[in-house]
Structures are given as C-alpha cells and as structure tokens.
Design a protein around this ligand. Structure first.
Ligand code: GLU
Length: 403
C-alpha cells in the first residue's frame, strides 16, 4: 500500500506553486541570491515519521524560526521567572525589527528581534564565553532537529555587515538593564543562531519535538521539559507570525514561526510538526507560498487548533453489566485517554450505579493514557465509593492509576 500522505503534500505543493508574488529579502544581501522558485513542505508525526515534498533536501538559514527554540533553551537553562524578568509574552502587533519595549524596558516578546536578542543572551550559564554560548545554542537547535546543524558563515558575515538596527535594539535593551552581557556579543551570537542551516525536514522534526512535549520523536531524546514546550507554543501562537499573528491564528490555527529566508515552522500539540520553505516574502516578512501551503494544510488535514474535536463518545465503553459472568458484579469499562473531561464522565457513571451492594469492577485495561487530573478523579472516586461501603475492584494491568 502506498502511503497517501506524501501525495497529499504533493497536491498542496502543486496547488500553491503558481503563486510567484512576493520579493526576496534585500536586507541580508547573501539571501538575495537564493533561487526564488524553490518550494518544499514537510510533516513529522509524533512517532517520528517524516513525509516531505518538493525541494526537501535544500538547505537554507533558519533565521527567525530559531527564535522559539532559543526561547526554549533560555527557559530550560534559566527558568521561567528569570526569563520573564527580561522578556515579556505580549504580542506587539509591530514589525519584527521594531523597538517594541514595555514601559519597564522589557522587550514585549521573544519572537521579535529585540526580544530574541535579549533571549539569546540568556542561553546557558551566565558565566559562558561567546564561543561556549554559541556551542550551547547550536547543540540545542541540533538536538531539536535530531542532527548536527552547521552555521552558514557567508550568511552570518553578510548579516553582520548590516546589523546596525539589531545593534541599536541591543544597546537600547542594555541601557534598560534587561540585556545579560555586551550588546555586540549578543547580536553576534544571535546572528550565528539565525544562520544555522536547515531543510524543511529538519524544521518539521523541530516542530514535532515541541508538539510532543520536548521529546524528539526521531532520536527519542528529551530535549527540554514539557512545561517549556507549553510556554513556547503559547508564545508562538500569540506572537509567532510577526504583526499578522492574529490573522494567522484565526485562518490557519497552528502555532507557528516564520523566518526571512523563507522557512515557516508549525507545531500542533499532540499531533505533528509541519514546515514549508519558499524564499519570496510578503510585506511582513513571511514566505508567500509557505503561508499558502500552511493555509491549505490546515484545511486539508483538519489541523486548526481551535476546531473542536469530535466528542469522545468512545471514552466509556461498556457501562453496567450486572450479571455478565454470573457473579453479580457490575463492570465499568473505560477506554481512551483519561483526561479531565473523560474522567469526569467516568466518575458520573460510577456515581450513578445502583446502591444495591453489588461489587463493582472498574476496568482500565483499555485505557491508553491518563494525566494527573484523570488519575486524581478516578482514584478519589474509587476511594469514596469504598468509603461509602462499596466493594470496588480496580483492574489496571498497565498501572495507569499508579501514575
Ligand atoms: N536574522 C534576521 C534579523 O535579525 C532574522 C529576521 C527574521 O527572520 O524575521 O533581521
């Protein structure tokens, strides 16, 4: 059987390939030499299968798509509180290189340059030298991608020659006491971070790692803790797409980040990592074809985050079968994922059992997974039933309630 997913990606690519609107970026001269017609899309599942179409092997610089990952590394290395002291989490509604500072001098968010340069300076231990921080950043991005990335020195040199604006932003944040270290060092490191070379498959794996709670689905490495991913995805959802973040969220509904070399990365929690690449940019700096590909992928694959999923009627399987085994026991079978909503239904089913003294078996053998609140509700329900004098047996061969 040929897997239909790559063909689906091919169709998306074909449907968007005739769009030749937009311009190549001019502010980093080295990027202006890119072949404008290149186009690729990729998707990585949470069990590590990467599907792609188009120029999937073509490498380009990651640019601003590195920002959410740098933010993740800073959070992992310094903790939420410290990072929040330096960089906020509010959408700016401004262009990526604007002076978007709060009244206390804190950059508004880590997805715009002023916040990203500040975030970069927070990666690793404060005592790290420039080269060591560089290495921590590159190793971190590489762990997300699942392979060792290299820096494009020519693009970095080209950007360094045109870095006045980013330097001005860094000096401004420094003057407000929010930048750790020297402005020149922060901008230099940030430029190298932006110059890491990736292809769309790398970006899809990076997105999937965020979508999977920090575990790279290809290498199996837990790159960052899952709370870090929740924080990063929230900020991507609200601030990721430059000054079009609201429009993007309502139309596409996938937490995402784009970069001025033409890459777009999306991460749909619990589902997939997605990526697109094409160098022509719209007026706010996102890839024209990349944005179109995401719009289509969102519709074709039903990926809008705010689209309410089907109500999981499969959660409670069989309910009450008093005499199935002829032993007078009532069996309540649960299946699927025991998160809050599912466990709440299960608790109500238990509550409604007739009070006739028949023993109850709570069967969790078909449960796929539980989270903390699911465990808590089910455990408390069992304890309370026992407290009320019911005989309750829990069949839990996979130890879901044990945590
Ligand atoms: N390195 C680029 C800059 O700082 C990244 C911009 C972007 O991709 O949005 O200007």
């Amino acid at each position: 059987m040929r897997n239909p997913v790559p063909e689906l990606l091919d169709e998306v690519l074909r449907a968007c390939a005739d769009d030749d609107e937009g311009e190549l970026l001019q502010t980093i001269p080295e990027l202006a030499d890119e072949d404008p017609d290149r186009f690729a899309v990729a998707l990585c599942t949470l069990d590590g299968r990467v599907h792609s179409a188009g120029d999937a092997e073509h490498r380009f610089t990651i640019q601003s798509v590195s920002k959410p990952f740098a933010y993740a590394l800073a959070l992992a290395d310094r903790g939420l509180e410290t990072v929040l002291q330096h960089v906020g989490v509010e959408p700016s509604g401004d262009a990526f290189h604007e002076i978007s500072l709060e009244s206390n001098g804190r950059p508004r968010n880590p997805m715009i340059n002023v916040g990203a340069i500040t975030t970069h300076s927070l990666i690793g231990d404060p005592s790290l030298g420039l080269a060591e921080r560089d290495e921590r950043v590159l190793a971190g991005l590489s762990a997300f991608a699942g392979r060792r990335l290299e820096v494009d020195d020519a693009v970095a040199a080209s950007e360094r020659e045109h870095a006045s604006r980013n330097l001005a932003l860094a000096y401004l944040v420094h003057s407000q006491g929010k930048l750790d270290g020297e402005p020149h060092d922060a901008v230099d490191g940030y430029i190298r971070q932006c110059s890491a070379r990736v292809d769309v498959r790398d970006l899809a794996v990076m997105g999937a790692t965020l979508a999977a709670g920090g575990r790279n689905p290809v290498t199996g490495e837990q790159v960052v803790d899952s709370w870090v991913c929740t924080q990063v995805l929230s900020v991507m959802a609200t601030c990721g797409m430059y000054d079009a973040a609201g429009d993007w969220m309502s139309r596409v509904g996938i937490p995402a980040k784009s970069g001025v070399a033409g890459g777009v990365l999306g991460a749909l929690p619990g589902q997939a990592g997605l990526a697109a690449f094409s160098p022509r940019l719209d007026e706010i700096g996102s890839s024209v074809r990349g944005v179109r590909a995401f719009e289509r992928l969102s519709v074709e694959l039903g990926l809008h985050l705010m689209h309410a999923p089907e109500v999981a009627s499969h959660v409670l399987h069989g309910v009450v079968e008093p005499d199935r085994d002829g032993d007078g026991r009532r069996e309540v079978q649960l299946q699927g994922t025991m998160h809050f909503a599912a466990a709440e239904v299960a608790v109500r089913e238990l509550q409604q059992l007739p009070d006739d003294g028949a023993p109850v078996v709570l069967d969790l053998s078909r449960v796929a997974s539980t989270n903390a609140i699911g465990r808590r509700l089910l455990t408390e329900a069992v304890e309370r039933m026992r407290g009320d004098g019911h005989e309750v047996e829990v069949a839990d061969p996979d130890g879901h309630l044990a945590g």
